[in-house]
Design a protein around this ligand. Structure first.
Ligand code: ADP
Length: 642
């Protein structure tokens, strides 16, 4: 949004909304100098608005020379429409709007660089856009109602400078004069009463949930006391990995009521007092229904008291304190399990995660191939064959459960339009465009991941699996190309040795590239979250937070400080950190050299199969596997470089 001026183009609110939605969907192409993109817009009746917004995306100056770079494709007159869009493809930038994925003729499908679905504006987007364009804050409820409003009316009602209360009054009047809309039918595709036992893709979270169901059953019969039951868990993971669905399935498995709420719901009215009251009400509702599960979404929105700054600081701090009070409960909260969810666990205040509160943290990652197949089967209600589900799973690496659900929903819609049962082709039509990763890149990715896996396993870490992606989506910018996943031990003592091992394992991908490929590429560094960045952070913490380096003085929690700030503050530190990184890189290289032939064999195997279970790597190294709680013997290879 910052690319266009608030009033320069005189856009209406619907046009701003369309612009922001298109901008979000086309983010991967933001810096591209040339593109030809098909946009599937959520509402064909609004195509004129989307066209105007797309024009601003192509040409911020709204110069009329560019008019013919954006067109809406009329599939009812497909022949003449194809003619009219063919010439457009000669332009440097072209956007063509389509009613649906089915409306894209196959020739055009291949000629376009990508076909992107534009999501309908949700309340979050509406809030941001209204604040940006009109300088007005609206509540979640108001934003929801704006998102659902008729765009023609919205255009008329929302004039600049008009107070928001007046806008709503005008919208309401207009609505009263219109015949009421038909009631929404119940969603026949909804998955009702799914239990955790039937779900896939939840790994450790599922184990925890089933364990909890057993504990709750024992608590009900009086076999164990409430103190022996886990009272809270924090689920973290990318959006759409089914955290909300997990809470629902967990409640079904535990046979208890689910009270689902979120930071945004509590905040709906905006004032702190209302926020605290809404929060207390949710906890009370859960206590009254006990045993019950209280699901709190977006717990990272509370932020952390350390970070609270500016005019909202006092609000944020009081909100967190209010939550802590509720989590502790003056009269206890016997029978209430709190399941909280977030995308950014590092932003959660440390006190919320202390013992007796949400003391368990389980990460839910994107589903692996097996889980994706099972998620397809679930959403297809067992229609199509197991082989089809497998094929879909292969073609959807990097997608979340929510993405899969959307593919199936669209496929079902295509079948409905034809008035026939769903077929494999319906699903294929809606699969993302994927490109095969060329063999040389596959090999270097495999070498990198085997590096992590072998060094981690050799240092006694509990390797679950190692995997690389064989294909990549062409429509998304950030995708994981591989991973070596380790199970976290519950009772590991996090000593200096532990952190040095962690650094060696984190740098082992880079080490493997240097040992086996003669040098590393830029994938190991350069971004937050890259291997080198994470290893640097760990080394800094070891030196200046945990008292495990040369000095004892501690800066406390470093996770929220920017690295440049620390570097400025303490130039000597960076030299020491560099030494640690170099030593651990050498140590990782030493381990890999000792297992040279196993590494080469494992990398080839990984290229061929894309995924290897941890045990296979251990067998190749001839290592006994370690125990699940992380307490097994540490196996150390060679002298430790320190
Ligand atoms: P999150 O809370 O993590 O953003 P949701 O629980 O809202 O994700 O997921 C949205 C939808 O995606 C769910 O209603 C479900 O249809 C689908 N989904 C996500 N993960 C899974 C899964 N593991 N199995 C089946 N469906 C899933």
């Amino acid at each position: 949004m910052k690319d266009i001026s608030r009033d320069g183009h005189d856009l209406s609110l619907p046009e701003f909304l369309a612009y922001a939605s298109i901008g979000g969907a086309m983010r991967p192409f933001k810096r591209a100098k040339r593109y030809a993109i098909g946009l599937i817009i959520p509402d064909w009746d609004r195509r004129v608005t989307y066209m105007r917004a797309a024009l601003v995306v192509v040409d911020r100056q709204l110069d009329f020379r560019f008019r013919d770079q954006v067109k809406a494709f009329d599939d009812e007159k497909a022949e003449s429409s194809i003619e009219s869009v063919m010439d457009m493809l000669q332009n440097t930038k072209t956007i063509i709007l389509f009613k649906s994925a089915e409306a894209v003729p196959s020739d055009l499908r291949h000629a376009l660089d990508a076909i992107v679905h534009v999501p309908p504006p949700d309340s979050r987007l509406v809030r941001g856009v209204v604040r940006w364009a009109y300088g007005i804050g609206v509540t979640e409820q108001q934003a929801e109602s704006l998102a659902k409003s008729n765009w023609k009316r919205l255009k008329l009602a929302m004039t600049r400078g008009r107070p928001i209360s007046r806008v709503f009054a005008v919208l309401e009047k207009m609505a009263q004069e219109e015949p009421s809309a038909p009631k929404q039918a119940k969603d026949p595709e909804a998955l009702s009463e799914i239990r955790l036992e039937d779900m896939e893709g939840y790994g450790e979270a599922k184990e925890w949930g089933l364990e909890l169901a057993r504990d709750l059953a024992d608590w009900r019969t009086g076999t164990i006391s409430w103190d022996d039951v886990d009272k809270g868990v924090l689920l973290s993971g990318p959006p759409g990995t089914g955290k909300t669905m997990f809470a629902r399935a967990l409640a079904a498995s535990c046979h208890v009521k689910l009270i689902a709420t979120s930071y945004a719901k509590w905040q709906a009215k905006g004032y702190l007092n209302d926020f605290l009251k809404a929060m207390q009400k949710s906890f009370k509702e859960a206590r009254d229904a006990a045993p019950a599960i209280l699901f709190i979404d977006e717990i990272d929105a509370f932020g952390s008291r350390d970070d609270a700054q500016g005019s909202n600081a006092s609000y944020d701090i009081k909100a967190i304190n209010g939550l802590l009070e509720q989590l502790d409960g003056i009269e206890g909260r016997e029978g209430v399990i709190v399941v909280a969810a977030c995308n950014h666990p590092k932003m959660v205040d440390a006190a919320i995660l202390r013992a007796g509160r949400l003391d368990r943290h389980v990460e839910i990652s994107l589903p692996d191939q097996h889980a994706r197949g099972a998620i397809f089967r679930m959403h297809l209600h067992d229609k199509l064959t197991a082989g089809d589900h497998r094929d879909f799973a292969v073609a959807t690496a990097g997608l979340s459960g929510a993405d899969i659900q959307k593919i199936v929903r669209n496929a079902r819609r295509s079948a409905r339009r034809r008035r026939e049962p769903i077929t494999k082709d319906d699903v294929i039509l809606h699969l993302p465009f994927m490109a095969d990763i060329p063999p040389n890149i596959l090999k270097s990715n495999a070498v990198h991941e085997i590096g992590h896996a072998v060094v981690g396993a050799a240092l006694g870490m509990d390797l679950v699996k190692v995997a690389i992606a064989g294909r990549i989506r062409v429509d998304a910018s950030v995708q994981s190309l591989g991973q070596a996943r380790f199970r976290r031990g519950t009772w590991i003592r996090k000593t200096r040795d532990h952190y040095l091992d962690l650094i060696a394992m984190t740098m082992a991908g880079m080490a493997a590239e240097e040992v086996f490929l003669g040098g590393h590429d830029d994938g190991v560094a350069g971004t937050d979250g890259s291997d080198l960045f994470e290893a640097t952070k760990t080394a800094i913490a070891l030196e200046r937070s945990y008292g495990m380096g040369e000095k004892l003085a501690s800066y406390g929690d470093l996770s929220r400080r920017r690295l440049e700030e620390i570097g400025h503050l303490d130039p000597e530190l960076m030299a020491r950190v560099d030494r640690i990184l170099q030593e651990q890189l050498d140590r990782a290289k030493g381990i890999l050299e000792r297992h040279r032939s196993a590494c080469m064999m494992l990398a080839d195997e990984l290229v061929a199969r894309l995924e290897l279970p941890g045990k296979e790597v251990l067998d190749a190294l001839d290592q006994p596997s370690r125990g699940r709680d992380g307490s097994a013997m540490r196996l150390d290879f060679g002298p430790r470089a320190r």
